[in-house]
Design a protein around this ligand. Structure first.
Ligand SMILES: CCCCCCCCCCCCCC(=O)SCCNC(=O)CCNC(=O)[C@H](O)C(C)(C)COP(=O)(O)OP(=O)(O)OC[C@H]1O[C@@H](n2cnc3c(N)ncnc32)[C@H](O)[C@@H]1OP(=O)(O)O
Length: 208
């Protein structure tokens, strides 16, 4: 079952159109393209080029940016953030998680933080909170009766350093529902070691 079908199974109304995943938009090569975008971001963390090389690289990248801008589409038609067959739905601004399980019990995902996500000797805390926010979106999407849920607040406790370049396991679930309010909890583990946990409040809103 795809994540869209899994989410639909727990709702009394259809998923909003923008949240319906697909595995074709952007074509079969889109995943490789986004992987290269991520690699550019990773590589940019570990260079100290001289001025000439910096200008050459800027010119190379500018040509690529121009080619992409020339084929821009409205955001709801874009491949990024819609491809449920790709890590983080093909959205390069998100840490590249893969959904392992999704249902009324919540969502389990595997995540490998990379060089781009590095803070000081460990993953940057903001990237960990971004991961939790996104996964809470999956967990709440499954539990709201209609529309979707927006983050009212999200609190992360950083319990131990979160490594990059190795698979970690995140779990996020709706602990309690009180009218439009969804109380959400989450954990991030490196093996048996707790790296971070999360408490959030999401509020069900109608789809715009
Ligand atoms: C699964 C398939 C695929 C899915 C993929 C898609 C994944 C997508 C993932 C994307 C995921 C990313 C998600 C994102 O990043 S969403 C982006 C980040 N969030 C926002 O921008 C939200 C901005 N804020 C708002 O829009 C409104 O303030 C909201 C909607 C949150 C509430 O305004 P609204 O006017 O609607 O409600 P209300 O004010 O009548 O309040 C209602 C109740 O809530 C209580 N309350 C409110 N705020 C707080 C607070 N801070 N602490 C404690 N309590 C709070 C309030 O007291 C009241 O309680 P009660 O008096 O009823 O008891």
């Amino acid at each position: 079952m795809t994540s869209t079908q899994q989410a639909d199974a727990g709702r009394t109304s259809e998923l909003p159109k923008w949240a319906r995943g697909n595995s074709h938009r952007g074509g079969p090569g889109f995943g490789e393209l986004i992987e290269q975008v991520r690699s550019v971001m990773d590589a940019s963390r570990f260079i100290a080029p001289g001025d000439d090389v910096a200008r050459e690289l800027t010119a190379d990248l500018s040509r690529i940016v121009e080619r992409m801008q020339a084929i821009a589409v409205p955001v709801d038609d874009a491949a990024a953030d819609s491809r449920e067959d790709l890590p983080a739905r093909g959205n390069p601004s998100l840490p590249p998680f893969e959904i392992i399980d999704l249902g009324s019990e919540g969502v389990v995902a595997e995540i490998v933080f990379r060089a781009f996500h590095l803070g000081r000797l460990s993953a940057h805390g903001g990237n960990i909170s971004l991961l939790f926010d996104e996964l809470a979106g999956y967990a709440t999407m499954h539990r709201v009766t209609s529309g979707f849920a927006r983050t009212a607040f999200l609190k992360v406790d950083y319990r131990s350093l979160t490594p990059i370049d190795r698979p970690l396991r995140a779990r996020v679930w709706v602990e309690e529902i009180d009218g439009r309010k969804l109380h959400v909890l989450g954990t991030l583990h490196d093996g048996d070691r707790l790296c971070a946990d999360m408490t959030a409040l999401f509020i069900q809103v109608p789809d715009a």
